[in-house]
Ligand binder design. Sequence first.
Ligand code: 6GU
Length: 227
Amino acid sequence: MRIDIISVAPDLLESPFNHSIVKRAKDKGLAEIIIHDLRAYGLGNYKQIDDTQFGGGAGMVMMIEPIANCIKKLQSERAYEEIIYMTPDAKTLNQATANTLSLKENILILTGHYKGVDQRIRDKYITKEISIGDYVLTGGELAAAVLVDAIVRLIPGVIGDEQSALTDSFQDNLLSPPVYTRPSQFEGMKVPDVLLSGNFPKIEDWRSDQAYKRTEEIRPDLLDETS
Ligand code: 6GU
């Protein structure tokens, strides 16, 4: 899978993709992540990429031409199945979206800054808009890093133990059950007997039950979601 990211702060994206699972995916040739500096497409001597908004009001808006030129150049080199705009005024990322995106060959991610991008970019080029939660970040880079991490770990072959990604929290819209490791007793706190019983069907039942209880208590909204 190839992921292109358009950013005005490419430095912010260096570190997250050079660690752990995402790095392993790149080293194995399962994911290629390429960052494009929007400033290179800026207008004039000052490489301008933003301007004041029509109608007045505080805050700068990312201009249409630099982004359109960058997207057009990338599209001339390959076809993108999705062009995603990271923005707080969008539907929130969930595991179902990450699953779907992990099956694509080429995706392009646009990260916003300032007041956001000229609406015409969204109307003409963007096929999907994603927020990572109900709070505002300085820019879309950290949100894009979150999205890419969530996607890349799902690409088949990236995580050694295939089971591991499939049994994550949220894969079935439930939170994960509690987990324990040695020692079986610590300062009077015991690991639940069932986990030491060796009775695997019973252990599975216990885990499902715990996952459901946790979800009901902490995130009851997940139990109402259909996707
Ligand atoms: Cl995608 N961008 C920004 N700037 N803030 C956010 C976000 C995205 N998702 C949540 N907050």
